[in-house]
Design a protein around this ligand. Sequence first.
Ligand SMILES: C[S@@+](CC[C@H](N)C(=O)[O-])C[C@H]1O[C@@H](n2cnc3c(N)ncnc32)[C@H](O)[C@@H]1O
Length: 273
Amino acid sequence: MRPTQDDRIPTVDLQTDRAHPARVYDYLLGGKTNFAADRVAGDLIVEEWPGSLASARASRAVMHRMARRLAETHGIRQFLDVGTGIPTEPNLHEIAQRVDPAARVVYVDNDPIVLAHARALLTSTPQGRTAYIDCDLRDPEKLLADGALHGTLDLDRPVALTLINIVHFLSDEAVQPLVARLLDALPAGSFLALTAGTADSAPEQAEVASRRYREAGIENHLRTRAGVERFFAGLELDDPGVALINRWHPELDDGPRLADHEVMAYAGLARKP
Ligand SMILES: C[S@@+](CC[C@H](N)C(=O)[O-])C[C@H]1O[C@@H](n2cnc3c(N)ncnc32)[C@H](O)[C@@H]1O
């Protein structure tokens, strides 16, 4: 199951009778790719923690701002987005291609449900290009050898590696070498854009969310600011450094202004020297 063009996307059992984490997230984001079971699960989360809607939307909105800053301020035209999630408009390529229609984006996820919806990610402008690779972050060699990666991005030119809301699924010991390996394959002038869950700003809510994931059998790791800064060792951190997502360039959108205790993640962007 490794499509690179939409006619190669296989049929997947969507299991619409049960809630799926990516579709529940889509529901919380106000997306359309969800079914009754997902909406019931989403409503239960909102009942227990009404702020979860705003928090989920803030997590997605910071991806939009990071893509804009990368394209507008840093001139990045190539993106490698690992942990893409279910397509939710605007997707990363739509943001980047608003700045330059020739921007190119490779999306990567390991979830068959995301794969089933990947066609919505392959809606590039004619001048640009997008591809979807069904791959696991834990297998960077497979990703780096993929023909769709090389057919879409020129790895001799700067690339932004975007890891948005994914590293909390992995421990530091597991994920740090993976990020280092991927950055190693990218040239100087490339960027790392990353968001990571934290309990620093809202300890009780973070504990509830973390427990719910664990109860569902999903490993998750919350990080302190110093823990998130470790991802950027050896890189040149962009302004304002590692910051809570509500404080990361809020001027780049006109979304709601949230207080620190309403968000549960840090964001950081850095350039490879
Ligand atoms: C919370 S969603 C984030 C989606 C999107 N980046 C966003 O911020 O809106 C996390 C995504 O990471 C994917 N993911 C989790 N672990 C992964 C892994 N080891 N390799 C690839 N994708 C992974 C999940 O399937 C899911 O689609």
